[in-house]
Write a protein that binds this ligand. Sequence first.
Ligand SMILES: [Zn+2]
Ligand SMILES: [Zn+2]
Length: 171
Amino acid sequence: MRLRPEDIPASGLRVEFDLGPGGAAADGLAPGRLSDPLEARFFIEPVGEGVRVRGAVTGRLVLACQRCLAEASREIDLAVDVILSPLPEEFPEEFQLDRGDLEAVYFEEEVDLDRVVLDQVELSLPMVYLCREACPGICPGCGADLGREACRCGEGPPDPRWEKLKDWRPR
Ligand SMILES: [Zn+2]
Ligand SMILES: [Zn+2]
């Protein structure tokens, strides 16, 4: 959902919208994916040159373990309170150096509320998601999911048909 800042009355505006799975905006979500729509309920009001967005985002996200790729569903229930500023015509010289500026949220012609939802959800996620702290992951040799099955790398006697290839080297 997008809003033109001039359409937001001084008394504020209440908006509710869903951000469904499969939408272009939701595709950009990292590192999870949506299983159900995210629901946003915002109160939006002008603050000086900017726009303040307050409210809540709820929904469900599917995250894949970064070691074994097992997926788990995670509840999203976030309180949101962000101020978006108009994008400056020219960035001041010191812009690059100020971390605060880099984390600020800007808008141009329109305020992109989908982006606000996705940014807030992303910020709430752990940097590295593991299904459990000690997840052993996947064996790079045999592909066994070591949390559920044994490594098959050293398994069984080698097939005799391959024996003669053992000492083969490319010339
Ligand atoms: Zn795992
Ligand atoms: Zn293995």
